[in-house]
Design a protein around this ligand. Structure first.
Ligand code: ATP
Ligand code: MG
Length: 221
């Protein structure tokens, strides 16, 4: 599903955010990206989301070379990816309902379908009755759930989450991890960047460890 082939990303002042990265993720895998701050985890996501371009190398996603994807095709390509950002990126000028509905509105889904789908998503994350509130009022764990619901609303084959348990207590963090594992069991490919060693161990899947832009290990835990 994902193929990085000798990928380099170099920022100004010669910072090699990614320094010859090669790895493959098969459809249906759940993979952790780990490593110290600045190792290049978010850069991998930004490349996959087509927010950044590699300086060298190729990135294939379902056999599409995304580095050379025509700009006009990017929005369509992004529909295949549910992305839970490190800082959630919820919109505070609209309700919880409208945050989750956004990808459906952008892609032109019919109103009744949007209502039905978003109502169900809100029920699934236990926020019934609060859908018209501004997400500002939610706790960190609840914001995370809204971000995840929005990421999943188009049923993407690939889910990426950048530090999804960063600011959560242990129980909420584990709930989110269980959600990812269950989604993966239902067939979605999942890529998670995380520092949380205990959580990674508990989930017990493949872990790619990065240091200074290089892969230093790739193994099952
Ligand atoms: N837009 C940018 N401009 C300049 N340098 C950048 C940019 N984005 C990332 N970097 C640099 O690239 C390196 C890798 O950053 P990245 O955000 O990928 O690390 P990370 O592994 O996600 O770290 P963290 O665990 O702190 O989130 C860092 O040295 C960072 O400063
Ligand atoms: Mg990061």
């Amino acid at each position: 599903m994902i193929k990085f082939n000798h990928v380099y990303k170099i920022f100004e002042r010669d910072i090699k955010a990614l320094d010859d990265i090669t790895f493959t993720v098969e459809k249906g895998e759940l993979v952790f990206l780990t490593g110290p701050s600045g190792a290049g985890k978010s850069t991998i996501f930004n490349l996959l989301y087509r927010d950044e371009h590699p300086d060298m190398g190729t990135i294939l996603v379902e056999n599409t070379d995304i580095a050379h994807l025509n700009a006009s095709k990017v929005p369509f390509y992004r529909r295949k990816i549910g992305f839970v950002f490190q800082d959630f990126k919820l919109l505070f000028d609209r309700s919880i309902f409208d945050n989750i509905a956004l990808p459906l509105v952008i892609t032109g889904s019919p109103k009744e379908y949007i209502k039905r789908t978003v109502d169900m998503a809100i029920k699934n994350i236990g926020l019934e009755g609060r859908e018209s509130l501004n997400p500002w009022h939610l706790s960190g764990g609840e914001k995370q759930k809204v971000a995840l619901a929005r990421a999943l609303v188009l049923n993407p084959p690939l889910l990426m989450a950048d530090e999804p348990t960063g600011n959560l207590d242990e129980e909420s963090a584990w709930n989110i991890m269980e959600t990812f594992v269950n989604l993966n069991k239902n067939g979605i490919t999942v890529l998670i960047a995380s520092h949380n060693k205990e959580m990674i161990k508990r989930v017990g899947r493949r872990v790619i460890r990065l240091e200074k832009g290089r892969i230093v290990s790739d193994a099952l835990v």
